[in-house]
Design a protein around this ligand. Structure first.
Ligand SMILES: [Zn+2]
Length: 317
């Protein structure tokens, strides 16, 4: 924690941790308090205030916890590390199948070339793309998880935060699954995407949807609030605006559902496991599972995924 100040304080134009912080989407600092939350997933220390931008409605954690503290909040117990850290047996085909929609969508839109996955986790998405003919590279925050991808899967994976690592572009495709909500400065991250994306390349950004019915229903108990790891919460219009501000044209926005998110949100709200009774199991089958399938079709997915091209003449690249 000794390096905390060195990492978090920015002397630049007020875009990062300098006071006052501004909204990444519309650039104003004016905000109103929404919720006071703690880490419901991993129970790391601290409580956090979530505010809503009065200009565009983007939610953010305010003040922004130092990056060093957020990095530490990705403890070994983080569920997405289960396979790399040996808590769950990884069956390669099953792990790759989790990314089947994204693998199909990208290959439908672009011929194989160079791909960079930012926030790549244990690397199974990269492995799936590699088998489709792509030359893949990844960046993963957790060193042990990155080592798993290198040593067990033979992948070109660099450990570190996206802002610490040389991206080594250009790429024909850059993917950010669950990254933009974690970074200090989404604009700086998207500027790196633009710099490292070849002309005609594809950028894919997946994040959770704070405007979904489910997010509105659960509010501070929603699983994806996930403070202090998630520090930004976007909606379909604010994500598109952010992308446009950074020189990207959003060609498509796909919606996804996930029953486990609903189930964990129910647990957060009532403070006991779900399902834990016969009634719960009936509810799960009759309501939770069908809702996860239906919501994306109604434009209410809890996850949104933008497929973007470089806007001609936009940005600096
Ligand atoms: Zn705003």
């Amino acid at each position: 924690m000794t390096a905390e100040k060195g990492i978090s304080i920015d002397t630049g134009g007020g875009q990062k941790d300098a006071q006052p912080r501004v909204c990444a989407v519309c650039g104003i600092s004016s905000n109103e308090a929404r919720w006071h939350v703690s880490d419901a997933l991993l129970h790391t220390a601290g409580t956090f205030d979530i505010v809503s931008c009065t200009g565009c409605g983007t939610l953010r954690v305010e003040p922004l916890p130092p990056f060093s503290a957020r990095r530490e909040s990705f403890t070994d117990e983080y569920p997405l590390f289960d396979w790399a850290l040996g808590r769950k047996q990884a069956v390669t085909d099953e792990r790759i199948a989790r990314f089947a929609p994204q693998i199909a969508e990208i290959n439908r839109r672009r011929h194989p070339g160079r791909l960079l996955d930012v926030g790549a986790g244990d690397g199974y998405f990269m492995l799936g793309m590699q088998t489709r003919g792509w030359e893949v590279r990844g960046i993963e925050l957790n060193e042990a998880v990155a080592a798993y991808a290198r040593e067990q899967l033979g992948l070109d994976m660099t450990a570190g935060a996206e802002h610490e690592v040389d991206w080594q572009g250009p790429y024909d495709c850059i993917t950010l699954f669950g990254v933009l909500e974690d970074v200090d400065d989404p604009n700086a991250c998207l500027a790196r995407c633009r710099e490292n994306l070849a002309d005609g390349g594809l950028l894919v950004v997946q994040t959770h949807n704070i405007a979904s019915w489910e997010a509105r229903w659960f509010g501070p108990d929603w699983f994806n609030i996930e403070a202090p790891r998630h520090v930004w919460h976007f909606s379909p219009p604010t994500l598109e605006r952010l992308l446009k501000n950074n020189g990207f044209r959003q060609d498509d926005l796909l919606h996804y559902g996930a029953a486990f998110v609903t189930e964990r949100s129910i647990e957060n709200r009532r403070r006991r496991p779900f399902p834990s009774s016969t009634l719960d199991r009936m509810l799960r089958k009759a309501v939770v599972a069908p809702a996860a399938k239906l919501a994306p079709r109604l434009g209410q997915g809890i996850m949104i995924e933008a497929y973007c091209s470089k806007q001609e003449g936009g940005g600096q690249a």
